[in-house]
Design a binder for this molecule. Structure first.
Ligand code: SAH
Length: 471
């Protein structure tokens, strides 16, 4: 080996093996993540993530996830403990992704985290994120600078209250103001700004539940309004640009229960998903037992995209591939399940197109699938009408929870007050939703993937369209 190569190798080996990426996740909309952040999150062994990072976003990656936020009811990490945990993970040779809301270097304590890494000689890189001020500015259509109106902007913090600063800039953006809006306004007035100065509060910027209040300092001071975190306070004449009906507020906010990403055009709609998860929460032991003994199930029927997706992802993560299903007949019900299976290279023995109970029973009989046990991968809420249709052809059913619906410990419920439409992709989704929420606000439109789902909606909620009763 040449001396220079030897030298290079030795230098490399003298580093501890792990490496850390400090990544900005952006302000909320998962699509505001950078491509680089996405790649590093896909490659990571462990993701340590903060409060402001959406659990849905983190759920897309297969790494071990550690929540380091500070919610009530949850064990919470102090900054020192976070630094220690990052270090501990890296020293074990892992690829660590430290995921932070917005940008790591804007009120993000990213600086403190790299100090520890520098001290211990750990390799790291830093990936910038879209900071909340930029997200709020774009999604509320309030430019931070504007020719002739504002030619400077300052990012400030409203916390701690005794350290509030008022720099001499045309536009001021205050972070961390949920409990200190009035203190910030007092400080700004003291600095000589008039009571007629324009202000805007942007809550949950870039998210489905973004809410904006605009007015003058005077108007805001008269209103004893609670400001919910996360929120930003923007101060300056640039707020004159604000319009009620902006490009983001105009979009229809749709809650998708089950799978239905492709049913809505992102140009007109913002979609949010009722959370569901696979490996972590579904009864993993039962699932793995089922996979191990799959030979006992002569028939496996896939009736939905999510069931198929979670089933195969668990199968693959247990080190097996599709050959493991070789001894079973594979059936699909509905085109969505069929195309999902094709993604794994699986062509079903029987594909039933129409999602209609009677047709399913008929096709099972005609194809000699009777007197046998049918494995039904689905959610933690078995699809009762599907089971009835399978049983009507003389079979017994083995429902399998391949994934679980529900909110994670550290996750906010979806606030239905902001939702214009709910989309149900199957009857079991209607039941899942009902278990979690019990009712739907009257103004919300309902939309269903097929006839069976419409019937379930009518049975449970008494309607499919908007509530006409005036509630
Ligand atoms: N590093 C982050 C800021 C962390 S400090 C960034 O660059 O954005 C936390 C504060 O950020 C919150 O109190 C709030 O003021 C602001 N913030 C973060 N996300 C927000 C959002 N989606 N909408 C409004 N404010 C947000």
């Amino acid at each position: 080996m040449a001396a220079s190569q030897l030298f290079l190798k030795e230098t490399r080996d003298s580093y501890p093996k792990g490496r850390v990426s400090i990544i900005g996740a952006g302000p909320g909309d998962p699509e505001l993540l950078t491509m680089k952040a996405d790649r590093l999150l896909r490659e990571a062994d462990v993701i340590l993530y903060d409060d402001l990072v959406s659990a849905e976003l983190v759920g897309h990656y297969s790494a071990l996830k550690i929540y380091t936020g500070k919610r009530k009811d949850c064990h919470h990490f102090e900054q020192d403990a976070i630094n220690e945990e990052i270090l501990r993970q890296a020293l074990q040779g892992r690829k660590v992704a430290r995921l932070k809301g917005g940008d790591p270097f804007v009120f993000g304590r990213g600086g403190e985290e790299i100090e520890v890494l520098r001290k211990h000689g750990i390799r790291y890189e830093i990936v910038p994120g879209i900071t909340a001020a930029h997200g709020a500015s774009a999604y509320s259509e309030i430019p931070l600078t504007m020719r002739k109106v504002s030619s400077s902007v300052a990012f400030c913090t409203g916390h701690p209250v005794n350290k509030i600063q008022v720099p001499d800039a045309d536009t001021l953006v205050y972070y961390m103001v949920a409990s200190s809006v009035h203190d910030v306004l007092d400080a700004v007035l003291k600095k000589g700004r008039s009571l007629r100065t324009k202000v805007a509060i942007v809550q949950n910027a870039t998210r489905y539940n973004q809410k904006i209040f605009t007015g003058t300092i005077q108007e805001l001071r008269e209103r004893e309004k609670t400001v919910y975190s996360p929120a930003l306070l923007i101060i300056g004449e640039n707020i004159c640009q604000f319009i009620e009906e902006n490009w983001f507020s105009k979009k229809k906010k749709v809650l998708i229960i089950g799978s239905g990403e492709n049913s809505y055009d992102p140009l007109d709609c913002v979609t949010v998903h009722l959370p569901c998860s696979g490996e972590d929460d579904a009864d993993r032991q039962t699932f793995m037992h089922c996979v191990a003994t799959i030979g006992h199930y002569p028939v496996v029927l896939f009736s939905g995209v999510l069931a198929a997706r979670h089933f195969f992802s668990s199968l693959f993560s247990s080190g097996k591939d599709v050959r493991h299903l070789g001894g079973s007949k594979i059936l699909t019900w509905g085109n969505a399940a069929l195309s999902e299976l094709r993604r794994y290279g699986v062509v079903p023995d029987l594909a039933i197109e129409m999602e209609e109970d009677a047709l399913l029973t008929k096709q099972l009989r005609e194809n000699g699938i009777t007197g046998t046990t049918v494995l039904l991968p689905g959610s933690n809420y078995p699809d009762v009408s599907l089971m009835r249709a399978v049983e009507a052809a003389g079979n017994s059913c083995a429902p399998l929870a391949a994934y679980t619906y529900g909110f994670r410990e550290n996750e906010d419920e979806i606030n239905l007050d902001f939702i214009d439409e709910i989309y149900f992709s199957s009857p079991s989704c209607v039941r899942n939703f009902h278990t979690l929420y019990r009712e739907i606000p009257g103004r919300t439109t309902l939309s269903c993937a097929d006839e069976r789902t419409v019937l379930e909606c009518v049975r449970i909620f008494g309607r499919t369209g908007p509530d006409e009763s005036g509630m």
